[in-house]
Design a protein around this ligand. Structure first.
Ligand SMILES: [Cu+2]
Length: 66
């Protein structure tokens, strides 16, 4: 599991956009968006750099934590 910091997400629209971005890279990924902490937990066999790129393409800065 990789935890991402996505500081600009703030609402259900952001949550849906990020889930869609991750799914575009790996349809089987498990994604848990936590709006209160502005973190996203991702469980995926895909390359994390591709997932980060897809989230950034949706307009959100994203970095791995830890
Ligand atoms: Cu939003």
């Amino acid at each position: 599991m990789t935890r991402l910091s996505v500081p600009e997400m703030s609402c259900g629209h952001c949550k849906a956009a990020i889930e869609k971005a991750v799914a575009s890279v790996d349809a089987d990924a498990r994604v848990n968006v936590d709006l209160s902490s502005r973190t996203v937990d991702v469980e995926s066999a895909a390359d994390m750099s591709a997932i980060l790129a897809a989230i950034r393409e949706e307009g959100y800065e994203a970095t791995t934590i830890g």
